[in-house]
Ligand binder design. Structure first.
Ligand code: MGD
Ligand code: MGD
Ligand code: MO
Length: 783
């Protein structure tokens, strides 16, 4: 029998002496990253221009908003990493491509590929040499344009990743719509699409109803499935302040995420002097993967019991019945549903004890103002939409929408993923927007719904795609089922990738392939002699300008906007209402067009931008206006009774979640360390409960193969993962994304929004044989 592990041998279990999240380690990490990238402009000076409303640039990392009065250095460790990575002195030049074939580069790691630095020249794939050769822009545009013009637009895919500005995204969708397609797969389809679909069903809007001000006035913040310490570190400052004020923070997460346990704010002298930090979560509930629906309904059940008792005894009611009757429908049915659930069932499905759920519900009852936040731990599930509806039920029961200090806060990912959707990147845009597009540009937009990411992958698998054009991102690495999709990409006639750095998606290419290098957010973008400003919309609906500060990485780079314009001119018949060059000369002209297509949202766009630097979009639910079918907010719950959940781990399989490490931005791997989880030097780990390790006859350090469980008869597996003992619920496993993406069937997705279910991956484990390990080590040594 395996040896019983000591507490300190279990990762994620925080001992008293352990460093908090943040603190000096964070400052040190920031400096290391600038040094490593040999950033040409003194790192610190560049960072002073970050997130300032008066002519600075917006951090390219996450979508967390800036405070109204930014501090002198409004950035975090991970924002600094993103900037250093982008502003690096390293270059991926034509000489680099002359030295390496594409086949050879395919064996490199994601980290090694991007580490080569910024792309400097437009490149075209040469099938004879299997290398990328330099090409001039006008030839590239002409060749791409001629090909795209010849394809059936329904077989053209235009992908968008969320770092793209509003202006570039708007032109990108204009280009697609002029071609005649709505095939706009978008990184949001792997991210918060679940929110975009489910939240409006509850409250009529798909965006945050909170602003930062609400965090300063809240009594209680619930954090569902979101790892702020790594993925939106500037949120930590607010949580830290909220705790010091006495507000409660209640976390639901299978993993104990260090910064959510304890955090030292690098901007707070006292924390830095002691390096002790402040406990962040007043309660930490290690819900089992996919157990949030049961946990929240259990909370609601307790709240209803307390409220029913108060009614019977003429005591103080804890549910906001006035709000419910005036603003909502469906409450009674939902309440009956919760009352009818057995605690034994709730406990089994949530993996939490009744007492723990009651504690969380009591915190809700104590609070007058409640905020609920959520991230990928909620959205990337087969029942992601149901998850979100339950979170909203919890808020609606207390009238916590449209009240200062309260609200719904989906924490979005990419810095402009929200804005890209707002300006029109959508595979099923509504008639109001499409008819405006028709009118403003004298075109006839396609009405038939197009492809999202999942549908695009399925079209590629059926060999029904002629062109894949990627505006940023790393599509073929970020998706599910990469190993199945990649071989079919060879059958695509044309792939075009617009990017800042080399990644795997540039090596998984079509018959003809182009790599078009673009300016990054930190860089000066000069058009017609004038430095341009782009705009982004953060995760709390603030639209703001961003102006690059440093010289471009190469004189051959074009802005994303200029690239779309070049493609547009080369592909499409002339249209007097779409003068691509004129639009590119002054980005304010593009904003005027955005305003013209959505006057209700973007009225006075340029004026509001220049006068204020930033403005908040109107969110009807904040004013308790519900843009739903009935004009009321809805209590929604899965019609199927909460019987045995289809996403639960069973005796025969585990449930795997895929997450980000501290030194990564999505598929960009800065280093192989994950300081907050005490994992160093490798990402090929499998986090496993110590009791599971023992019960299944494994030992920490064993190398295993993970096999996906699916009913489509297709075998999917990934190998070489080292088991580490981790503090997470039994039958649950954790590993890094994108290392496990080959395991996820494309069909494994939220059934309402098609969002990739990267947090509910049923798997079985197999111990690797010595021969298999040796074969793999040999392979790695040559890779
Ligand atoms: N530094 C850095 N910042 C980033 C990114 C990055 O990669 N690096 N990515 C950006 C992007 S695009 C996004 S979308 C966001 C992502 O930010 P997050 O939403 O924090 O994303 P994940 O790392 O996927 O972590 C999800 C969390 O959910 C938990 N979880 C998993 N399954 C469940 C479950 O069933 N229930 C509950 N309650 N919790 C669960 C995991 O343990 C983990 O803590 O961050 C953005 N910011
Ligand atoms: N299993 C699993 N899969 C997941 C997830 C998960 O949690 N688990 N998360 C999903 C989520 S939330 C997301 S958002 C997606 C991310 O999917 P993507 O957005 O497609 O991927 P990124 O890794 O963010 O893209 C990185 C690349 O973007 C390019 N780039 C960087 N900056 C710029 C720029 O300014 N302009 C242009 N044109 N290119 C630029 C660089 O070349 C870089 O290599 O992955 C999803 N996939
Ligand atoms: Mo994301």
């Amino acid at each position: 029998m395996a040896r019983q592990l000591k507490d300190e041998e279990v990762h994620g279990r925080q001992a008293k002496h352990d460093a908090p999240g943040g603190g000096w380690q964070s400052v040190q990490a920031t400096e290391t990253h600038f040094l490593r990238e040999r950033v040409p402009f003194k790192g610190n000076a560049l960072m002073l221009k970050i997130n300032t409303p008066d002519g600075g640039f917006e951090c390219p990392s996450c979508a967390w908003p800036n405070p109204e009065k930014p501090g002198p250095a409004e950035f975090c460790e991970n924002g600094a990493k993103a900037v250093a990575w982008e502003a690096t002195a390293a270059r991926t030049t034509p000489e680099f491509f002359a030295r390496h074939t594409v086949t050879e580069l395919l064996a490199w790691s994601d980290h090694e590929l991007e580490k080569q630095g910024r792309l400097t020249h437009p490149m075209r794939y040469n099938a004879t040499t299997d290398k990328y050769d330099p090409i001039d822009w006008s030839t590239a545009f002409r060749e791409i344009g001629t090909q795209v013009a010849g394809f059936d637009p329904k077989r053209v895919e235009l992908y968008t990743s969320g770092r793209t500005s509003n202006e570039a995204a708007f032109l990108w969708q204009l280009y697609g719509r002029m071609l005649g397609t709505q095939n706009f797969p978008d990184c949001s389809n792997m991210c918060h699409e679940t929110t975009t679909v489910a939240l409006p069903q509850s409250i009529g809007v798909g965006k945050a109803t909170t602003t930062l001000d609400d965090f300063e006035h809240t009594d209680c913040v619930f954090l569902f499935g979101q790892n702020a310490g790594t993925n939106s570190p500037r949120m930590m400052g607010l949580l830290h302040e909220a705790r010091l004020r006495g507000a409660e923070v209640i976390t639901f997460n299978p993993l104990r995420e260090r910064a959510l346990v304890k955090f030292a704010n690098p901007q707070t002298p006292k924390d830095m002097a002691t390096n002790h930090g402040v406990p962040i979560s007043t309660q930490y509930h290690q819900v089992r993967i996919g157990g949030d629906i049961a946990a929240i309904q259990g909370m609601c059940k307790h709240i209803l019991e307390v409220d029913d008792a108060a009614r019977a005894n003429d005591g103080k009611r804890v549910i906001d019945h006035d709000f419910i009757s005036m603003h909502t429908d469906g409450f009674e049915a939902f309440a009956d549903h919760c009352r009818s659930l057995a605690w034994s069932q709730i406990e089994r499905q949530s993996g939490l004890a009744r007492d723990a759920i009651v504690d969380a519900a009591d915190a809700w009852i104590r609070a007058e103002r409640v905020i609920c936040c959520w991230g990928m731990g909620i959205t990337q599930h087969i029942r992601g939409g149901d998850n979100i509806h339950q979170i909203l039920n919890l808020l609606l029961m207390g009238g916590h929408i449209g009240r200062r200090g309260a609200g719904a806060c989906p924490v979005r990912g990419h810095s402009n993923v929200q804005g890209d959707r707002t300006v029109g990147i959508f595979h099923k845009s509504g008639e109001a927007f499409l008819s405006k597009m028709d009118e403003v540009f004298g075109i006839e937009c396609e009405r038939e719904h197009g492809h999202d990411v999942a549908l695009c992958c399925e079209a590629i698998l059926r060999d029904e795609v002629d062109a894949f054009l990627g505006m940023g991102g790393n599509f073929f690495r970020a998706i599910a089922d990469q190993a199945r999709v990649a071989p079919h990409v060879e059958n695509i006639a044309l792939t075009v990738q617009i990017a800042t750095k080399l990644n795997r998606s540039h090596l998984i290419h079509g018959k003809s392939a182009y790599l078009l290098p673009t300016l990054a957010r930190t860089e000066k973008d000069v058009q017609a002699g004038v430095e341009q400003t782009i705009t982004i919309e953060d995760g709390m609906c603030n639209v703001q300008g961003s102006k690059g500060q440093i010289e471009p990485a190469s004189p051959h780079l074009l802005s994303e906007i200029a690239i779309v314009a070049g493609l547009g001119k080369a592909t499409l018949a002339p249209n007097p209402k779409v003068d691509w060059e004129w639009l590119t000369e002054d980005y304010a002209r593009i904003r005027d067009k955005i305003e013209a297509t959505q006057p209700g949202t973007f009225y006075d766009f340029n004026r509001r931008l220049t006068e204020r630097g930033v403005f908040h979009l109107d969110i009807a639910a904040r004013d308790r206006v519900w843009n739903t079918d009935s004009g009321k907010a809805h209590f929604l719950y899965p019609d199927k009774r909460l019987t045995e959940d289809d996403t639960a781990p069973t005796d025969t399989h585990f449930q795997l979640l895929s997450i980000r490490g501290h030194d990564q931005f999505n598929t960009t791997v800065y280093s192989y360390d994950d300081r907050y989880r005490d994992i160093y030097g490798t990402r090929m780990v499998l986090m496993m409960n110590p009791r599971d390790i023992e019960r299944h006859g494994f030992e920490a350090g064993n190398r295993v193969t993970l096999h996906a469980v699916s009913d489509d008869g297709i075998a999917r597996s990934v190998s070489g993962f080292k088991i580490i003992a981790y503090d997470l619920p039994e039958n649950c496993l954790g590993a890094y994304y994108p290392e496990v993406n080959d395991l996820i069937p494309v069909a494994n997705r939220d059934f309402q929004s098609n969002t990739i279910a990267g947090k509910s991956i049923p798997v079985t484990l197999e111990l690797m044989s010595t021969e298999a390990i040796e074969a793999e080590t040999g392979m790695l040594a040559t890779g």
